[in-house]
Design a protein around this ligand. Structure first.
Ligand SMILES: Nc1nc2c(ncn2[C@@H]2O[C@H](COP(=O)(O)OP(=O)(O)OP(=O)(O)O)[C@@H](O)[C@H]2O)c(=O)[nH]1
Ligand SMILES: [Mg+2]
Length: 457
């Protein structure tokens, strides 16, 4: 069990130089210890939630830094405990000296996520909200941040809680039937209970199916640029990453090693990969590069298939087409500034693929290409109706377990098995749903979650 009586401390801002650093402390002795370090030992309780200017001193009374101290009394604080934030100058030796002084007087260094863990233990946040704090801190795109904020606001909890309540209602109904045998469930009741179970199950399924997209959002997508030599892959890559990152020459077979850069693709962090042009080659080095291109292709969430619009759609293009046609891809017909020679074959045109004419050289239509790629990557984006996207593997695991147990219970119920059997599965389902928000016993999963936080949060 976590010991809430210890007072913890950590630097909450990133390490290194900066205008200011914030040192956060939480626990019953926070006010006394911090006050003891300040010149004149001011009573901090007098001005809650207001910044007070003070001199932070070491044990011999020598000044370490002039700081701003803010006291958040329990229970109206982030952790629900006495919290004090000390803002000092953002210097490594200054923060180190302050931390040393506070730990010398009895505070303990916080472990990753320990402040948020305390907030959870004090009922300030539920588990899905605690995970949202971590996701917000880790977010790389504005869209990720926006979704994390919604989850922090309780969006997922608001969807999951009614499902849980519904299941509790069904379970207690069946329990009553079990206890009072003469109160047998009427056929109408049976039907409506069965329907209610189906409803919960399908809602769980919807939430779970948004997970593929949620995972992409969290971990990023891989988008591979593929095409024959000289089609202009590296030129397109450079235009999309807005940097002369890859070497571009008129020599076919320029790119050998695959290059990767991260871009923001409609809010999803995407690893864009430039690859070696694919053609039949005898060159050992070039062949190794081509093998790599195929490797990347296999692992792609979306593909940008580049053809040279100023040349005929040839044998190499066909070869690549057979490799990508089953994958989600966008066809970029490059060099639109030159006279068009490539007749895109009917088979390709009619495959339903998105086709965009671009000129990497002149930067024509690059925004459209970006937008089409974003659309392909986000094809599984769940409807916006509830705006909730399950993005953590843990949450998805809970939902999927709940759904499995629920399915079993429903089947047993439909087959007319005794309530005891049905209840066994339903209680398991309830337990699994509860773990999304931490409404059930969760002690064992806490460490797993909070260890993925950064220190100071
Ligand atoms: N006119 C014109 N030339 C282009 C365009 N895009 C690329 N090129 C030229 O085409 C040649 C090949 O471009 P790259 O970007 O190196 O082509 P690649 O597909 O990466 O080629 P490999 O790495 O050899 O597979 C270079 O001379 C580019 O300047 C375009 O939109 N219009
Ligand atoms: Mg290249």
């Amino acid at each position: 069990m976590h010991d809430l009586s210890e007072t913890i401390v950590a630097v909450s801002t990133p390490p290194g130089r900066g205008g200011i650093s914030v040192i956060r402390t939480s626990g019953p002795s926070a006010p006394a210890i911090v006050s003891a370090c300040l010149k004149g030992n001011p009573t901090l309780g007098r001005k809650p939630r207001r910044a007070t200017l003070a001199d932070f001193e070491d044990q011999l009374g020598r000044p370490i830094d002039r700081v701003l101290v803010t006291f958040f009394p329990a229970p109206a604080s982030y952790t629900g405990q006495e919290v004090i934030e000390v803002s000092c100058h953002g210097s490594v030796p200054v923060t180190a000296a302050i931390i040393r002084e506070l730990t010398r007087r009895g505070m303990r260094l916080a472990t990753p996520g320990e402040f948020t863990l305390r907030a959870f233990l004090n009922g300030k946040l539920d588990l899905s909200q605690a995970e949202a704090v971590r996701d917000l801190v880790n977010s790389q795109t504005e869209y990720q941040a926006q979704l994390a904020r919604q989850q922090l606001d309780g969006a997922l909890s608001r969807i999951v809680e009614p499902l849980r309540n519904e299941l509790v209602r069904i379970i207690s109904h069946l329990e009553t039937a079990l206890e009072f045998v003469e109160d047998d469930v009427s056929p109408e009741d049976r039907q409506s209970l069965h329907r209610a179970l189906e409803g919960v199950e399908s809602r769980l399924g919807e939430l779970e199916s948004g997970f593929r997209f949620g995972r992409l959002l969290q971990e990023g997508a891989q988008v591979t640029i593929i095409g024959r030599p000289n089609a202009g892959k590296s030129s397109i890559f450079n235009a999309l990453v807005r940097e002369e990152r890859a070497i571009v020459t008129e020599v076919p077979g320029t790119t050998r090693d695959a290059l990767r850069e991260v871009i923001d693709l409609g809010g999803i962090p995407a690893h864009l990969v430039d690859t070696a042009g694919i053609r039949a080659s005898q060159d050992r080095l070039e062949k190794a590069g081509i093998d790599k291109s195929y490797e990347y292709l296999k692992r792609s969430d979306a593909v940008c298939f580049v053809v040279d619009g100023s040349e005929a759609f040839g044998e190499d293009d066909w070869r690549i087409w057979y490799a990508v046609r089953e994958l989600p891809f966008v066809l970029a017909v490059n060099k639109s500034d030159l006279p068009r020679r490539a007749e895109i074959p009917a088979e390709v045109r009619e495959s339903g693929a998105e086709i965009v004419a671009v000129s990497a050289l002149q930067g024509t239509n690059m925004e459209t290409l970006l937008e089409r790629l974003a659309r392909v990557v986000a094809r599984d984006r769940p409807g916006e109706q509830d705006g909730v996207i399950v993005s953590s593997l843990r949450q998805q695991g809970c939902l999927s377990q709940a759904k499995t147990h629920l399915g079993k219970g429903r089947k047993a119920y439909r087959e007319g098995l005794s309530e005891e059997f049905v209840l066994y599965d339903l209680r398991k389902a309830l337990d699994a749903i509860g773990q999304v928000t931490g409404a059930t016993d969760v002690e064992d999963i806490l460490d797993a979650i909070f260890s993925t936080f950064c220190v100071g949060k």
